[in-house]
Design a protein around this ligand. Structure first.
Ligand SMILES: C[S@@+](CC[C@H](N)C(=O)[O-])C[C@H]1O[C@@H](n2cnc3c(N)ncnc32)[C@H](O)[C@@H]1O
Length: 270
């Protein structure tokens, strides 16, 4: 256990004094089977993206303050779902529905049949008349935006804390996208619980993972929680590793090529 020190980042201090949770890496896809560069270079995804990209951009407020993931990250999600062949997706943190639109269009582009679908969980009722979509000046809530694109059948929404949902569900997922609370302890807990709801070969995708707790945009802003949470997780369970995407071949965060997206995978020591 770390000792309290005024020199430590607040996100790291948050993790102190809390007993560890069970971390079960067995279901995770091996890191050796994931190539982030190949995911973003996938030509079929590149060809399929322009149409959904334009449709989503017409519905979502993409200004930074609105709080949804940026258009470049949406494209990365689209490529990722398609190249990993994910069918059942759990999203933590629906907010204005920027990411769920990318996830749903990706599933649709793969046929959208069978058990394909997204469970999206947010502590707030994101489809309420006064929810974040309205504060962002958008015309419709996430559920109605999915309906406008003919994708409502692919999503179900739960207004509850992430830990309560993951603790109680019997559903199992190929991909868990964590974009809920960014506090270090909450991310630690969310990863521990996400590991329990993965199907074999599944992956966890983190948003706002700033490698080495360094900013990636000129404004110098950075969220430390996910990075410090994963530092502790990897120290407690060396079979878990993180694969940050780092740089994308298209504009992403604040127009830079950099992204805070990172995959959690299973590390197989040589
Ligand atoms: C950064 S926003 C997510 C953005 C969203 N992915 C998008 O692209 O529009 C974070 C969301 O997580 C939700 N949240 C915060 N803490 C949570 C928790 N403990 N459980 C579930 N959702 C939580 C917030 O209400 C907020 O809507």
């Amino acid at each position: 256990m770390l000792l309290a020190s005024p020199g430590l980042p607040p996100a790291l201090l948050q993790l102190q004094g809390r007993p560890g949770l069970p971390l079960a890496p067995d279901a995770l896809r091996p890191a050796a089977a994931i190539d982030p560069a190949a995911i973003v270079a996938d030509p079929a995804s590149a060809a399929a993206w322009p149409e959904p990209a334009a449709a989503i951009a017409a519905l979502v407020n993409d200004t930074h303050g609105a709080g949804g993931i940026n258009p470049g990250d949406r494209r990365a999600l689209f490529h990722l779902v398609r190249t990993l062949g994910a069918r059942r997706i759990l999203e933590i943190g629906t907010h204005i529905g920027s990411s769920i639109l990318a996830l749903a269009t990706a599933l649709q582009s793969l046929g959208g049949t069978g058990d394909a679908g997204i469970v999206s969980v947010d502590i707030a009722d994101v489809n309420a008349p006064d929810a974040a979509w309205r504060a962002a000046g958008m015309a419709a809530c996430p559920r109605d935006n999915l309906a406008r694109l003919g994708l409502a059948h692919l999503a179900e929404f739960h207004a509850m804390p992430a830990d309560r949902y993951m603790d109680g569900t019997a559903d199992r997922f190929d991909l868990v996208f964590l974009d809920g609370s960014h506090k270090a302890w909450a991310v630690y807990e969310d990863v521990a619980l996400a590991l329990r709801v993965l199907r074999p070969g599944g992956t966890i995708l983190l948003h706002d993972y700033f490698a080495d707790a360094r900013p990636i945009t000129p404004d110098g802003r950075m969220i430390g929680g996910p990075f410090w949470a994963l530092q502790r997780i990897m120290a407690e369970c060396p079979a878990i590793t993180v694969l940050p995407f780092g740089r994308l071949p298209w504009p992403a965060r604040q127009g830079t090529p950099f992204t805070s997206l990172a995959l959690v995978a299973r590390h197989q020591p040589a």
